[in-house]
Ligand binder design. Structure first.
Ligand code: F3S
Length: 395
């Protein structure tokens, strides 16, 4: 791979140990995947933030980098942490966990990272443009950036995203290249698509079939960004899909030929099958919405659905800190709390330790959460529409 003189100097250690290690990681990745050069990036999102996922080894690594003076060169956001950084006590997180999680956030902050911990950086102030090269980690955000925005990112691991943030570059391979963004499958949607959980079920089904390849959807009704983020998140979780196209709705769809692609049909039967597979539980202990993190529109909708109701079990909606702040200013947080629900920032149902908080069965409307909760959090899942979930947990 061609490196500039400056990049060679970094690799030789002329700018210190942290940058040397970071450039080494990026150039090795580039060599493995056949990159010809590094691309400058000014938008990064780093995963591996929750203490639950990275533990003490991850914490030590980050504190070591911070102590050595590492500083990011790009606008860098974080994936969700293990708890709401403000309301952790009220929500029942343990003090030991909170202390470690706070140290992780402090280490990132010392490196100049924006400690906005969200899987929807594009809703929280880190919005790339069409064709911009970026280095993001969170699979659902990578899918949204590539597919809905038309930016270009591989799914970075936590260390490679942090290395990209520190060096300001990422190797040119994978989804940075036109050829790898072409569709391989044509998905004909014939099922009625009525809400977010239907998009999650569609994504769950298609991801399992296409596995890492690129689907092109026809027959989807006009879909808003919340529906598309639900679709992409579910496909990323069930099949590592990093990009998809939707006829007349995503920005690169018109560039591609779809004749001769292998066809996947998604009718009512496939929709029902996907719901059946995602449902592994019966009685909800807690319903958690906001996977990927809820937009303001979703919080407005939930507040309206809770009017005049009382939550008899637990109900969370997860979101970015900045979205929660806006929702609070609009009185929505107070409305949801009055009904007994919680607006939870900085974390989500998968990276927070809900299994240690006494919950065994979680109700979700997200194909990604439905896919991950049994493995990551030992949860049984009740997979339903938001209306059905609100009915389950309120009186
Ligand atoms: Fe985001 Fe957590 Fe879902 S990171 S996409 S809310 S599993």
């Amino acid at each position: 791979m061609h490196l500039t003189k400056e990049q060679e100097a970094t690799l030789a250690g002329e700018h210190g140990e942290v940058l040397q290690r970071s450039m080494m990681l990026l150039s090795r990745l580039g060599d493995i995947y056949g990159a010809d050069k590094m691309l400058p990036v000014n938008s990064v999102q780093v995963a591996g933030v929750s203490y639950k996922s990275i533990g003490d080894p991850g914490l030590d690594f980050l504190e070591d980098y911070a102590k050595k003076g590492a500083k990011v060169k790009a606008l860098t956001f974080l994936n969700p942490a293990g708890m709401d950084m403000e309301d952790w006590k009220k929500l029942g997180f343990s003090k030991d966990f909170a202390v470690k999680q706070k140290r992780i956030m402090d280490a990132f902050a010392a490196m100049g990272v924006v400690t906005s911990a969200t899987c929807t950086p594009y809703l929280a102030g880190n919005l790339p443009r069409f064709r911009e090269h970026i280095a993001w980690s969170e699979s659902s955000a990578v899918s949204f950036a590539n597919s809905v925005i038309g930016a270009r990112s591989n799914r970075e691991g936590g260390p490679s995203a942090l290395a990209a943030a520190l060096c300001g570059v990422t190797p040119n391979y994978g989804l940075h290249l036109d050829d790898n963004r072409k569709p391989n499958y044509l998905v004909k949607v014939e099922a009625p698509m009525l809400g977010m959980s239907d998009y999650g079920a569609l994504g769950y089904h298609v991801g399992k079939i296409v596995k890492n390849k690129v689907p092109y959807f026809v027959g989807l009704p006009e879909s808003d960004t919340d529906m598309l983020k639900a679709l992409g998140a579910a496909m990323a979780a069930s099949g590592a899909v990093g990009i998809y196209h939707v006829k007349d709705q995503t920005p690169e769809a018109h560039q591609h030929k779809i004749d001769g692609l292998e066809v996947i049909n998604f009718g009512k039967k496939e929709l029902d099958d996907a719901y059946a597979k995602l449902n592994t539980g019966a009685k909800v202990d807690i319903a958690i919405l906001g996977c990927p993190h809820a937009s303001l529109r979703e919080i407005i909708a939930l507040a309206a659905k809770l009017k005049g109701k009382k939550v008899k079990k637990a109900l969370w909606i997860c979101t970015a800190r900045s979205t929660k702040d806006t929702a609070r200013a609009m009185g929505l947080v107070a409305e949801i709390e009055k009904a007994g629900g919680r607006v939870v920032a900085d974390t989500c149902m998968v990276v927070s330790p809900i299994e240690d908080m006494g919950y065994k069965t979680t109700g979700v409307n997200s194909g990604k959460a439905g896919n991950y909760l049994p493995g990551f959090c030992k949860q049984s899942v009740v997979y339903r529409s938001i209306d059905d979930l609100v009915k389950e947990v309120t009186e």
